[in-house]
Design a protein around this ligand. Structure first.
Ligand SMILES: Cc1ncc(COP(=O)(O)O)c(C=O)c1O
Length: 504
């Protein structure tokens, strides 16, 4: 792998014999390790770790961390992937020793606090979504999609229709994880188009239902959609699906816009996932650990994963396993517990009364950005948007400038780019999600930067085509990075017993 940064690798800082820590000398006689675990389990060579002082190590990683862009550094308007402020109170509560030292195998009598927190979070999410029951076991949005489809499958199987209901309808604007989850769960996928107003195309939906009849198991509908719009046809779509004996899953990754304002269960959805790591401010990025939650209507409740967290008649909290129709576990223990603590803290810190301001400010902020930039970047569909605005940069194609170039140029202005080229149905798409946590001043600085860049696109297109100019690295081979996962530097250090670095 070529060197792309001027920070030496930690291995290049290594000096034989240099120590970072000096382990305490133990004067109690100990049994040799080989005796305890057997010689065949001991490696014969030293582990080829870099030999560096503590100070060098601290400086090395601090310097690297300063080259990252994160939500704590600046505005991060990544639409659909909601990077919102993670309040420090969340971290404070999640690091309380009672939570960090809680072992998942502790007896229930000694885990009452943790169980109570999860039970109360379930109750909060029930109140927010309107669903009959909640599970916290899934650890990502996509995991929640899969779990929801597993529940739908179990529901059809319990009615003797498992073998016939094999098709899941997915809008053409859906996040890629939707069709992937359906396929992983053994369904085939039929795409449903979006109409000119950005809603589910009801004529196309009716046609698909007529054609497929009892083959349809479910529809996966994202509301607000990935166009950043409230799907005004969602209620009718749910009714049509129910008439056809099928169920409707709501991709709730965009719940930010609805918190405290709309209860998805009342729209007619049968289940939905929530991304606690987006809507309820727990950290995400870099692949996790996330935290999902799935809410279900009464008809799906018997199939929820076990163990379930319940409150006993004596007011104690317990793990309950006796649900004969349950699909079983979908994750070890109870999900990513500390992220549940963070989500609970966020909800409590807001307080029940003010929860609706999450949705209201998320929508206000996105519409403010849209109003400031719409003359230069028109919206894909000309409507009030929800928590994110989806705009097109098509006008700059005639100058040889693409959405990608605009995104790269934003880095020079000190902003993380918005999501690009998603949803796929919008040409030269930029998807901007400010979140409720950002101030008017920040939104203005961002809008001003975008307008300035629009000007540059016409006057100095090369400036954009070669951007970024001010970052530690310039344009990277992003496709190569995704397809050829070289995650570990190998250089001169030889790892005789280990798998090759490229594990793609
Ligand atoms: C609309 C939508 N659905 C599903 C997902 C999947 O969520 P996760 O990344 O937690 O698996 C995302 C992710 O950002 C999303 O934006």
């Amino acid at each position: 792998m070529g060197r792309i940064v001027d920070v030496p690798l930690i291995y290049e800082r290594s000096v034989p014999g240099r120590l970072g820590v000096r382990p305490p000398v133990c004067d109690v006689p100990v049994r040799p390790l080989a005796e305890l675990i057997g010689t065949k389990n001991l490696r014969t060579e030293p582990p080829h770790l870099p030999e560096v002082s503590e100070l060098d190590t601290v400086r090395h990683y601090t310097r690297l961390s300063q080259r990252n862009y994160g939500i704590d550094v600046g505005f991060y308007p990544l639409g659909s992937c909601t990077m919102k402020y993670n309040p420090r109170i969340n971290e404070k509560v999640a690091s309380l020793p009672g939570f960090t030292h809680a072992h998942p195998l502790l007896p229930q009598s000694l885990s009452q606090g943790a169980l109570q927190l999860m039970y109360e979070l379930q109750e909060d999410l029930k109140a927010i979504t309107g669903f009959y029951a909640i599970t916290l076991q899934n650890v990502a949005g996509a995991h929640g999609e899969l779990l929801s489809l597993m529940l739908i499958k179990a529901y059809h199987e319990s009615r003797g229709q498992g073998a016939t209901r094999k098709v899941v309808l997915v809008p053409d604007s859906a996040h890629g994880t939707n069709p992937a989850s359906a396929a992983l769960c053994g369904f085939s996928v039929r795409s449903i188009p979006t109409d000119a107003d950005g809603n589910t195309d009801l004529d196309a939906l009716k046609k698909a239902l007529d054609e497929l009849g009892e083959q349809v198991a479910a529809m996966m509908l994202t509301n607000p959609s990935t166009l950043g719009l409230f799907d005004q046809n969602a209620q009718t779509a749910c009714a049509l699906l129910h008439e056809a004996g099928a169920l409707v899953f709501c991709d709730g990754a965009n719940m930010n816009a609805l918190v405290g304002v709309v209860k998805p269960a009342e729209v007619g959805f049968d289940c939905m996932h929530l991304n606690l790591h987006k809507t309820f401010s727990t950290p995400h990025g870099g692949g996790g650990p996330g935290a999902g939650a799935v809410g279900v209507a009464e008809c799906l409740e018997p199939f929820l994963p076990t163990p379930r967290i319940v409150r006993t008649e004596e007011g104690r909290y317990a793990l309950a396993y006796d649900f004969p129709q349950s699909i079983g576990r979908v994750h070890a223990f109870y999900g990513n517990f500390l992220n549940l603590v963070r989500a609970y803290t966020y909800i409590r810190a807001y307080g029940g009364e003010d929860l609706h301001t999450i949705g209201e400010f998320a929508v206000l902020n996105a519409n403010y950005v849209l109003a400031r930039i719409r003359h230069a970047f028109p919206p894909a569909v000309d409507r009030l948007c929800m928590h994110e605005c989806v705009v097109t940069a098509q006008a700059y194609k005639q100058y040889g400038v693409r959405a990608f170039d605009i995104a790269k140029r934003l880095l020079d202005y000190g902003f993380h780019p918005p999501t690009m080229y998603f949803p796929l149905i919008v040409p030269e798409c930029l998807m901007i999600e400010p979140t409720e946590s950002e101030s008017k001043q920040t939104l203005d600085m961002f809008a001003n930067a975008l307008l300035e860049i629009a000007h540059e696109a016409m006057e100095q297109p090369d400036l954009l085509r070669n951007a970024p100019h001010s970052t530690p690295v310039r344009r990277l081979d992003e496709a190569g990075a995704a397809k050829q996962l070289v995650l570990r530097w190998q250089g001169e250090v030889v790892y005789p017993h280990e798998v090759p670095a490229c594990a793609c």
